[in-house]
Design a protein around this ligand. Structure first.
Ligand SMILES: [Zn+2]
Length: 344
């Protein structure tokens, strides 16, 4: 079904790059193994090969995708072709036999996550409750992006525009070590500094029950060396606006947006929407929560957006969900741009 030429191309792909696209953190050609509870990195990469020295498992890019995503050979090849824009004649995926699921896959995922520090919900709640939505935040959300004030209020979006004030309040509420441990403060040459970039929006993530599960900042300044988005308080990858799911009925339409600002624009336009953080940040372990809804993805008009759609499409198939795709007119780079055009 897949030509030997295509398989050869996929076999020759750089495994380290593939691993990164799968969300593994690779340092010095090594990563923590996803198949066993790995304290020290046992997964090694060399050119087009990978191997875990503890599990004694390894192979090429195709087998890495098969193992990591629990996909069949054909599915893994399809995913790689989409990722690397390798032409592949159309295949009939319906007839591919699915490999039996790896046993204990779920526990392994949890174990791996468990080795990371926990999300500090108390500190995150305090930050969100202490902060206001200040001038620069308002300017970005309302003047620049024309978002609905009602939506912004409901999503409890705030901003931090004065680091001294925020630092002082936090240090009066929590002890210093805890704030350093959850990476809200850092010690730099014996000086204590706030790690949140100023000015930034503060974006809280709530789960289906309304519990705060993550906090993210969105930098509003002009320094190009500062990354735009940052997860705070040891937050993990999450889907945004999951609290909406409690209000929907099974079979209802639900839009999946690429990024928070697109999600806010979609909500402002009156549509039910959740979001992945970015094209490359797909929380695999959260996706089962989306099953049962009529899912439509609105991705950016670029290669990364299209890849994200295929990735999400394939991941959701495992939960029996068929992801549809809504296209934005080609003139606009993303939904936010289209939304602004409609607002004019
Ligand atoms: Zn291993």
């Amino acid at each position: 079904m897949i030509s030997p030429e295509t398989i050869k191309k996929l076999h020759e792909l750089n495994c380290e790059d593939v691993a990164r696209r799968l969300g593994l953190e690779v340092n010095m050609h090594q990563a923590h193994c996803f198949m066993h509870q790995d304290k020290r990195p046992s997964l090694a990469f060399k050119n087009n090969l990978w191997k875990c020295f503890a599990c004694d498992k390894g192979g090429d890019a195709i087998s890495l995708v098969e193992e990591k995503c629990n996909l069949s050979f054909v599915e893994a090849c399809t995913w790689l072709c989409e990722q690397y824009h390798i032409y592949m004649p159309s295949t009939n995926l319906k007839n591919t036999k699915k490999r039996p699921k790896l046993r204990h896959r779920r526990t392994l995922v949890i174990d791996r996550e468990g080795s990371r520090p926990d999300f500090d919900g108390d500190v995150a709640s305090a930050i969100i409750n202490l902060a206001d939505l200040e001038a620069k935040g308002k300017e970005f959300l309302f003047t620049e992006r024309k978002l609905s004030a009602q939506v912004v209020e409901k999503m409890k979006i705030k901003s931090v525009e004065d680091s001294t004030k925020m630092k002082e309040i936090l240090m009066n509420t929590f002890d210093e070590e805890r704030l350093i441990k959850c990476k809200v403060l850092k010690r730099d040459n014996n000086k204590i500094q706030l790690t949140i970039n100023i000015p930034s929006l503060l974006i809280p993530y709530f789960d289906r029950t309304g519990k705060l599960v993550a906090l993210q900042s969105r930098y509003l300044g002009t320094n190009e060396n500062i990354p735009r988005f940052k997860m705070l308080c040891n937050s993990r990858k999450q889907l945004y606006n999951m609290v909406l799911l409690a209000k929907l009925q099974e079979g209802n339409k639900l839009y999946i947006m690429e990024g928070i600002t697109d999600c806010l624009a979609m909500l402002s336009a009156g549509y039910p929407a959740v979001a992945i953080q970015s094209a490359t940040t797909i929380p695999e372990t959260e996706l089962d929560k989306l099953s049962g809804f009529d899912l439509v993805m609105v991705h950016d008009n670029d290669k990364a957006g299209v890849s994200a759609f295929y990735h999400l499409h394939r991941s959701l198939l495992r939960y029996g969900c068929r992801l549809k795709c809504a296209t934005i007119p080609a003139l606009f780079k993303d939904y936010s741009a289209y939304y602004l055009y409609l607002k004019k």
